[in-house]
Design a protein around this ligand. Sequence first.
Ligand code: F42
Length: 338
Amino acid sequence: MIWVVFGMVKFGIEFVPQEAYWKTIYYAIQAEKRGFDNLWITDHYNNRNVYVTLTAAAIYTKKIVLGPGVTNPYLINPVMTAQSIASLDELAPGRVVLGIGAGDKTTLAATGVEMRKPLTAVVETIEIFRRMMERKRVTFEGQVFKAMGTKFNFKPKGQIPIYVGAQGPKMLETAGRIGDGVLINASHPKDVDYAVGRIKKGVSEAGKKLTDVDVTAYTSFSVHKQEEKAAKAAVPVVAFIVAGSPNVILERHDVDLKKADKIRGALKAGDFGQAFGSVSPEMIEAFSVCGTPDLCIEKIDRLLKAGISQFVVGSPIGPNVRKSIDLISETIIPHFKK
Ligand code: F42
């Protein structure tokens, strides 16, 4: 599969289903009409259910490609992920993809589920998923998962592209080796450069080319005609990213570790004023793609040069989601798809 056609980047949009369904679906319909190629719905136990949201989105849209971005093998067993995706593909034939990752440590921990051998778990999930999709009887004994002669009573349609959500070096390499796409949780060229280097290693081990894999930047994005308004909307998301980032990534962006600790502590204590007030312009620059449409175009261009083939606008999207989708569609997408 060649993902970048004549150098044309794809645009995806991510929604966290934390609001009423109708709102997410309303935005999804708008995104499709306004020229987005992909719709990604996040999966965390504390938000609305990912497959219910995707089902509604599949019914109300016609051509946008959609999938979980990303589900994990710990809360949803690989066989059930295969079942959910195969069922969704009946509703939206040929436009369903699977996004799979290790899962978010904090929300998994809250459910008492242990994230054992995350790399192995993701690899085994993909193996079971692909074999289930071929409607074979699957007997598989992995280190984390087993399938004891599982087989669907229905025929899954088509081949489903698999995108691996990856940040760590081994997960990135594995994603390049066995994935059809990679979702890189990053907004800055430094992080994307690093990720693409690891993905290339996996890709070449598998005898593939980088263009065989849809290298996707899953960004925190905020656009507004006034730069300050775009930045203000990005602050809460950036605070959470800083708090959740390992030191190696903070150091890559020269973020003062003490300041990051202060944000972590404030968020833990529920002191959002303190946490958001401690977010610096440098942090916003490092952990979001944010600004006026022209500035965002410049930043997306840098990510394209770093090797991405899909750009995902993720939370917060902008101070007003509906208006920001319109603005992206009128100014940013045409710049890259003219
Ligand atoms: N997580 C969610 O829960 N929900 C989402 O909606 C979501 C969206 C999302 C989108 C893009 C994206 O990139 C990530 C996203 N995530 C989401 C987060 C994702 O689920 C992961 O938490 C995130 O990608 C971080 O995981 P990672 O890719 O960095 O992998 C971690 C877990 C890791 O430890 N990786 C190591 C590495 O080097 O890459 C692997 C370590 C290893 O090799 N372990 C061995 C093994 O077999 O697993 C075992 C070693 C031993 O000692 O046993």
